[in-house]
Design a protein around this ligand. Sequence first.
Ligand code: CP3
Length: 342
Amino acid sequence: MNTTFLDACNRKEAEHTPVWFMRQAGRYLPSYLRIKGEMAITELAKDPALASDAAVDAVKALGVDAAIVFSDIMLPLEGIGVRFKIQENVGPIVSNPTRTPGDVEALGTLRPEDDMAYLYQGIESTLRKLDGAVPLIGFSGAPFTLAAYMIEGGPSRNLEKTKSMMFSEPEVWRSLMIKLTKTVKDYLNAQVKHGVQAVQLFDSWVGCLAPEDYEQSVLPYTREVFASISGVPRIHFCADSAPLIEVFHQSGADVLSVDWRVPIASVWTRSAGKTAVQGNLDPAAAVAGGQVMERKISSILESSRGRTGHVFSLGHGVARATPPENLRRVVEMVHDQTRRRR
Ligand code: CP3
């Protein structure tokens, strides 16, 4: 197996800096569009044969050092009674948002292996198709980001309804977070049981909080999720995390995944040298390609030189307009430049 990704997550010397991309299996990739055909993303994710094809195909197309389970952060919410659709170019739209104490009360309990048998079959099928070539990353949305979709009912710029519940109804917030924390723990631990070799928690929207609010209303739950997982590296992703790094690294994750707004070298320092760091090329640079992209890659590699534990990635998901050859170039450049320096 190519262990560079796991080595970097574990802050061991890796043969070269590993690379993978969030949403590496997505609509920018012609082979993905062929697999997906007319299906909705949720249908595709529920078909273990096709979902595993999508995950493995992306690895083959790009030459990356890790695969990620093909699914979506919203799917476990079906099991607790959240009804939603993923609308193209918009995102998840929830038809029964969670806004009152009664709504929280009515949420059910996820039985991951029964409610989501397709996911665990998909993991096994992906592992078989990868045949040990690269590790497979499992994932979940974090309690805060899942709560945000459930409360807002869809994507939102300022998460006003979410913050309003957090600030004005702390007891309702707390009971919602307790339910989601259990859901996420059970969901992720079942993925580990079925063989994923690392896990990533997507707290995509938590960057809208002030550090003290994050610390008080989110961190305890995230910590509980990470504390429940053992034996595999745990990655914590958040967009817009620049002001949060010091509290963010208290989550107990092994790897902090940060975006392009934060100078990557500062993350090792600000997290007290205790975590590996994943990131942080601007996805727009991967759309642009050429010299702009190459200069930014070199600058990230220069900043991470001499640090152990760098996983090269984008600061957020691959944009739809990205030419796949640009991502292949990222992989090639990172591998070449980091192999040479050892
Ligand atoms: O290759 C991979 O990374 C694996 C699969 C993956 C998907 N979604 C598939 C997907 C992963 C890891 C996710 C996570 C996810 N989903 C997040 C966290 C990461 C992030 O971007 O912050 C979030 C917030 C979602 C919710 C969601 N699902 C959004 C915002 C969208 C985009 C809507 C659009 O049309 O632009 C989706 C849909 C989605 N999930 C796509 C894919 C490949 C694109 C739609 C499609 O293929 O039909």
